[in-house]
Write a new protein. Sequence first.
Length: 256
Amino acid sequence: MLKESIAIGMYTLNSELENAWKALFSLAALNNPSLRLPSTVLNTIDDEIISSDKIRLSHICGYPLVSQYAGQLEPLCAPYFDIEGVNGAEYFSYFMVKKTMPISSIVESKGRIAVVNTMNSNSGMNVFRHEIEIINKLGAIEEFFKELKISGSHSNSLQYLIDEKANIASIDAASYYYLQRNNPELNSQLRVIGRSVKTLSPPFVTHSNNPLCDSIDLMETLNNALLELPSKHQEILNIKRFADVSFSDYETLLDL
């Protein structure tokens, strides 16, 4: 039977990241017992688990928050990543190809095979579609590409490019930072041909009908814990701080 838990599957791309996130929440719980943070931390983004009322806090993509989970989940805070080009609780995606692929722009990828992590991903699909349909006015994404494949994760999408199962992908910049840090060979295998618009970074959310806490309490508790974390965990997470966010902030994702 599922115990009350925290779900942290958005950026637990390896055991180092998973352990750093667990250390952060363990310290947050110790520093602020009144927050009643669950001691069990699950590495998952499974829809069924996140929807369970036993999951008191979870880290999810912003697009499904305002589409799939509208009325069920409320955002509390979001990370400010320490990556180039980011100013606050925001992120963007890289449009990437294999280094040897003769594509230098989105326009030149017409008729090629694209790969997305999931169809309801903001970083993998929503901003990708926005770049093609709205920014460049190139028509529907499903018609612009010869085929649109689904890989299941950003890591898998990169492998699709390397293995030439697909020609182009939209990759969350924070995920790519984490992945290339442990696999620097990715930088010699892949190439960035553009960047998406910036949008709010993935939020930590709670159930609307039974919220764990308010956004300021969680933000302040996580920020204090972040400052007290051992330096190795701080470096692994690569987060400057957390910012409070609201549901209305994320509704802009539906307008892209």
